[in-house]
Design a binder for this molecule. Structure first.
Ligand SMILES: [Zn+2]
Length: 314
């Protein structure tokens, strides 16, 4: 009896802790939302609106600090960062899409890569993308007409992809995805990379594929090991591995059953995270994106972040 009562007490306490953290995440999200709005107003030249939102951000930040102090929680200001919002103390260069045509006769040791221009692939994302397969790479890589990749960079990307396949134990796997390097404008929303389980295609923006540290957006720090140039590939290829497992067990993924696939992946992710938690893993140690996903019930995303973090360390 006593043990039971003790257990009940523990469970209640755990759920109270959980509720507190959920509330903290809520306030953090509110700050990010306000910062995003402030950015939009700034871009629109609405000085009045910028001042108003500046005040709101201050207020909500004070609210977050007070809430954390009252409840013995650690304030995580990194969880309130958004891309493009600059606190005066922080300076990072924004993403930079520079045209990178190799200078003629520059004596580069890397030969120009060849594209299969005879067979362009047309993909409709938020707009129509025209891409060409690289015929001189080891991996199945495509480059869109808008993306900018120098020969040396393509060589490095190809090497990096091979390294990641090796890392995730998929060196000799069949049905590897087609990897599309596209421009930031061709990628919808603020995503840097995405895997499509129906077409078995992985999309990644050129700047993230190349990964120049000085050109990475601030929000890379919200992803698991975002400062590691392999993390986006690792994350997306873990999604690919999930899709492969589903295909093996249940058959093809189509537009019609993709919802069932995502549900399956969420259940799988939740189970695995529950197991990790039982072994002492703290969900709050996930990346910002990972724990946000977790509290929103997007367990496949949270789990993928967990795996990425585990594989790349930290
Ligand atoms: Zn993902």
């Amino acid at each position: 009896m006593f043990i039971n009562r003790e257990k009940q007490y523990d469970e209640k306490e755990n759920s109270e802790e959980y509720d507190k953290v959920v509330k903290q995440r809520e306030i953090e999200r509110k700050i990010r939302k306000q910062k995003t709005t402030r950015n939009a107003l700034k871009a629109a030249g609405d000085d009045e609106g910028v001042r108003e939102y500046g005040r709101k951000i201050k207020e909500t930040t004070a609210q977050l600090n007070a809430y954390c102090e009252k409840n013995g929680l650690t304030v995580r200001m990194d969880r309130t960062e958004v891309y493009g919002y600059k606190d005066e103390s922080m300076k990072k260069k924004p993403i930079n899409f520079v045209k990178t045509v190799p200078p003629i006769g520059s004596g580069s040791q890397y030969r120009k890569y060849e594209l299969d221009t005879e067979n362009p692939v047309t993909i409709t994302r938020n707009k129509e993308i025209q891409a060409y397969r690289v015929t001189t790479s080891v991996n199945n890589i495509y480059i869109s007409s808008d993306a900018h990749v120098k020969p040396k960079q393509l060589h490095q990307i190809d090497k990096k992809v091979s390294e990641v396949y090796d890392l995730i134990g998929a060196k000799d796997a069949e049905n590897k995805p087609e990897i599309f390097i596209i421009s930031g404008g061709e990628m919808s929303k603020a995503a840097v990379a995405t895997y499509n389980p129906v077409s078995n295609r992985l999309f990644i923006t050129d700047s993230v594929a190349i990964y120049k540290k000085s050109e990475m957006p601030d929000f890379m720090s919200t992803f698991a090991c975002g400062d590691d140039d392999r993390s986006s590939y690792v994350h997306e290829l873990f999604h690919w591995k999930d899709a492969e497992e589903y295909r093996r067990k249940k058959g093809t993924i189509t537009d019609e059953n993709r919802k069932a696939y995502f549900e399956w992946a969420d259940i799988k992710g939740k189970k695995s995270l529950d197991k990790a938690e039982k072994k002492g893993y703290n969900i709050d140690n996930l990346s910002v994106y990972g724990s946000d996903s977790y509290y929103q019930g997007k367990y496949s995303e949270a789990h993928t972040e967990y795996l990425t973090q585990k594989l790349l360390g930290r």
